[in-house]
Design a binder for this molecule. Structure first.
Ligand code: AOF
Ligand code: ZN
Length: 381
């Protein structure tokens, strides 16, 4: 194996380890770490297991044999070691004390508390520092964490299920499943990967959704419901099942609309007349609530609003075999281009698209060259 092959091999392993934390670390990034000895043997491994817990480097160092020297060793990590005193002391200082020969990180941490300072500390301590290979893969894996720093707003995924002829629902909104159980599990995986989930008035009323993750491991997202006139009835599961619900409306902030809302319920008056219309109002509310990623589940009105405001980064489109035309509710008319990846799911498919005009995907491809477009293996982590 050449040195480059070896670095790619172990960095790939850091990404595999990082993915093990996917269900529990948000809003932190997923991070994996592998320590390889001078003889090429793995000495320790670890990953960031849960938000607030030890970082990947600490997890790995804790599994080193007592007294193990790191002379000549390489520490591989999927993200730049941190330089700040957060919930744990800086990982860069920990590695500097252990004095391996090299630290190889897949990407720089965009968090302004780190942003190159971790690398600087390691170099000051005399360690060789290398960034990449596999930068594009690592960026894709942490795109929700990284994208929000690049854009200064939450990472937004649009999600919908459409019929083979391009409709979201029948014209009269009578409820009918478009996709099968495999696709629904994937939809719950997507929910578990986002900190918040938004639906509009009509979807809340007609579908009475729970918006939880009962079909996939991971936390249920904070529910955001856009109800311009505060007209939704209090018996909806969004308002009765416990779990945070942010109920967004316009107008005066007076008494709560329901006498017994669920635990974590908040009625929030917003101004959709500001920049970005309703999508802008949703994202500003999320910023105040410290929520960094959003799955927009529908319906057509809310999806179209995010698309028209160009406030989206990714689209996850499920397509089932049935036909609702010609009078159904049309799927959003988004210029999607070619999918980044397509997953066959029983009779259905899931296609993932990146916004071709702004934000994460064009920045990634501009920074990395078109080869980055092949870096899609972590899209479905
Ligand atoms: C690392 N290794 O495994 C992770 C890092 O709130 P804290 O103290 O856990 O810090 C979170 C920040 O630390 C997060 O925003 C990101 O910049 C970095 N995450 N860094 O060296 C890790 N998870
Ligand atoms: Zn750290």
């Amino acid at each position: 194996m050449t040195e480059l092959d070896k670095d790619a091999h172990y960095l790939r392993r850091t990404l595999t380890l990082a993915a093990c934390g996917a269900a529990a670390v948000a809003p932190n990034p997923v991070v994996g770490c592998v320590i390889v000895g001078a003889a090429g043997n793995i000495l320790a491994e670890g990953y960031h297991r849960r938000y607030g817990g030890p970082h990947a480097e600490v997890e790995a160092v804790q599994t080193l044999a007592p007294g193990q020297s790191l002379a000549g060793a390489t520490v591989y990590v999927s993200l730049e070691p941190c330089a700040h005193q957060g919930k744990t002391p800086p990982c860069a200082d920990l590695l500097a004390r252990l004095q391996p020969a090299r630290v190889v990180a897949a990407v720089q941490d965009p968090n302004p508390l780190v942003a190159g300072q971790g690398f600087a500390r390691l170099r000051q301590a005399g360690l060789a520092v290398q960034v990449g290979p596999l930068s594009a893969q690592a960026l894709v894996q942490n795109r929700r964490f990284i994208g929000r720093f690049w854009q200064g707003r939450p990472f937004v995924t649009l999600k919908w299920a459409q019929t083979a002829d391009g409709y979201l629902a029948r014209a009269d909104y009578t409820s009918q499943w478009i996709t099968g159980p495999q696709a629904r599990m994937q939809a719950h995986r997507l929910r578990a990967r986002h900190q918040a989930i938004a639906v509009g008035y009509r979807t809340a009323l007609h579908d009475d959704p729970r918006l939880d993750t009962r079909l996939w491991p991971g936390p249920s997202p904070v529910r955001i419901v856009v109800d311009p006139h505060r007209a939704l009835p209090g018996h909806l599961q969004l308002f009765t099942d416990d779990g945070p619900t942010l109920h967004l409306y316009t107008g005066a902030e007076d008494a709560l609309p329901f006498s017994t809302p669920c635990q974590g319920y908040q009625a929030i008056s917003v101004n959709p007349g500001g920049p970005g219309g309703w999508p802008g109002a949703v994202l500003r509310t999320m910023h105040r609530a410290n929520l960094h990623s959003l799955l927009v589940e529908g319906g057509a009105g809310l999806l179209n609003a995010f698309q028209q405001a160009n406030l989206w980064d990714e689209a996850a489109v499920f397509t089932g075999p049935c036909l609702f035309g010609p009078d159904g509710v049309a799927a959003p008319k988004v210029a999607l281009g070619a999918p980044l990846t397509t997953l066959p799911l029983g009779p259905d498919t899931l296609s993932v698209f990146g916004n071709p005009t702004l934000g994460f995907w064009p920045s990634l491809t501009a920074n990395q060259g078109p080869a980055a477009l092949g870096a899609v293996e972590h899209l479905l982590d």
